[in-house]
Design a protein around this ligand. Structure first.
Ligand code: GTP
Ligand code: NA
Ligand code: MG
Length: 454
């Protein structure tokens, strides 16, 4: 029987700020450009595609050594920012991921946003490996640019190999404290039970061949079913809604399954539930060497196949909620799909009469993350919703405040109060706590309670 076609796995790169995520992707892209005759790379919106031939050229003899060939069509990499303010983008990246690379700075070990990324991966059950980056900074390391890590290790003195082991075992220890078993990839016995740690250097390229080979191996061995191309209409996730000069509102989306064509009807999540709109144009980044005018950054395409990162032009995108699913509407299925989307949007929204705080956020992922964090800390919620802080939110908080002054507040994540909401809050003495960092929003609330009680 003919094996079914596999789509490319979506690989999301996560990690703490400055761990080297972008540098590592640049190194992979640079290496891919060097082997251009093999097929090079293709830029997507918010992603880079490394085709199978390029992977074969980079991994070379490792594939013979590991005894497999590349049967996926390539790997689609999505970079994410590590700054604490961008939890949303990490969460959305995490939801689209088939597999992830958590980049950890070898000289620092796990840092706060490494932990946050691990929580996202755990809650979404995304398999991942650790790229233990910046091994070139281990003191005394002699670089072997572009070589496989195991080659490089062979020529380092024992004291340096011990130093590398110390960096590896620090991360092994930190991971075991939060319930993950891990090991250096060359000591892993069972890739389904242990997280592989791959020492790499984005600066010298050491370890990059192994990193790619292990990603391909994991994807092919453990996620075949998931990657078998689903027949039928496209399905994806909206990562960002962006106003572009000359284009108006656009949605950057990751297509996870199926196909997306100009003229397709798509169902999208909005603040009030869901809507159906028709795709007017699909845009991909213009190759750098064809970009004469920087304002003209995109190339229109007629269709894209999963997995892909694409910019969508359609009427009515302005109230689409980032982080929500996107479905191509097959004839007669609009209502069913809209219901599925609005129930996903609504499952994160809380509306109650109980004594609790009011929470407003900018996106579905951040709302889910904040609601679950507050619930874990036993903070009751009256309203949790997406959108700016409104006058009604303030009135609700002030109703609560009459009964319980510590719960009568509004918390806003990455949103602003509307002017009339701010006036109402000033008039009623209701506190609005705003933040762009999930942890510090919740901690800011707890600190405010302490101060009020003192
Ligand atoms: P954010 O996107 O801001 O979260 O950071 P990032 O994880 O993408 O890190 P980035 O690639 O911007 O690298 C941060 C700094 O570390 C830069 O100065 C890089 O040059 C440096 N760096 C990254 N990888 C390596 C490495 O392997 N070795 C050395 N020596 N420096 C590195
Ligand atoms: Na950086
Ligand atoms: Mg970066």
């Amino acid at each position: 029987m003919q094996p079914r076609r596999l789509r490319q796995p979506i690989v999301v790169v996560l990690g703490h700020v400055d761990a080297g995520k972008t540098s590592l992707l640049d190194r992979i892209r640079g290496t891919a450009v060097q082997v251009r005759e093999a097929g090079g790379i293709t830029q997507h919106i918010g992603a880079s595609f490394i085709p199978a031939d390029t992977l074969r050229a980079i991994c070379g003899p490792l594939l013979t050594q590991f005894r497999f060939d590349v049967t996926v069509p390539g790997l689609l990499f999505i970079d994410t920012p590590g700054h604490e303010a961008f939890s949303n983008l990490r969460i959305r990246g995490g939801s689209a991921a088939d597999i992830a690379v958590l980049v950890v700075d070898a000289t620092k070990g796990l840092e706060p946003q490494s932990h946050e990324s691990l929580e996202i991966l755990r809650s979404r059950k995304v398999p991942f490996l650790i790229a233990l980056n910046k091994v070139d900074l281990l003191s005394g390391w002699t670089p072997h640019p572009g070589s496989p890590l195991l080659e490089s290790i062979k020529s380092q003195p024992k004291v340096i190999v011990d130093r590398l082991d110390e960096a590896i075992y620090r991360v092994v220890g930190q991971l075991s404290q939060i319930g993950f078993r891990s090991e250096a990839f060359y000591r892993v016995r069972d890739f389904t039970k242990e997280v592989a740690i791959v020492p790499v250097s984005a600066r010298t390229g050491e370890g990059v061949p192994e990193l790619l080979a292990i990603l391909v191996g994991l994807a092919q061995q453990f996620m075949r079913r998931r990657l078998e191309v689903a027949e039928g209409p496209g399905r994806g996730i909206v990562i960002e809604v962006k106003e572009e000069p000359g284009l108006g509102y656009t949605a950057n989306a990751i297509l996870i399954d199926g196909e997306l064509r100009v003229g397709d009807e798509v169902a999208l999540g909005t603040r009030s539930g869901a809507k159906v709109t028709r795709i007017r144009a699909l845009l991909m980044p213009k190759p750098l060497d064809e970009m004469r005018d920087p304002r003209d950054r995109f190339t229109p395409v007629e269709s894209v196949s999963a997995a892909a990162g694409v910019k969508i032009l359609a009427p009515g995108l302005e109230d689409v909620v980032p982080g929500t699913p996107m479905y191509v509407v097959a004839p007669g299925r609009a209502e069913e799909l809209m219901n599925a989307i609005s129930s996903e949007v609504r499952s994160a929204i809380r509306e109650s009469e109980r004594m609790g705080v009011v929470v407003k956020t900018d996106a579905l992922g951040s709302l889910e993350a904040i609601v679950s964090m507050m619930e874990r800390r036993g903070i009751p919620i009256r309203i949790a919703d997406i959108g700016p802080v409104t006058k009604r939110d303030v009135i609700e908080a002030s109703v609560v405040r009459e009964k319980d002054k510590y719960l009568g507040v509004v918390l806003g994540f990455n949103v602003r109060p509307l002017p009339e909401a701010q006036e109402e809050a000033d008039a009623r003495g209701v506190r609005i706590i705003l933040d762009k960092v999930i942890y510090s929003l919740v901690e800011g609330y707890e600190r405010w309670v302490q101060e009020e009680k003192a």
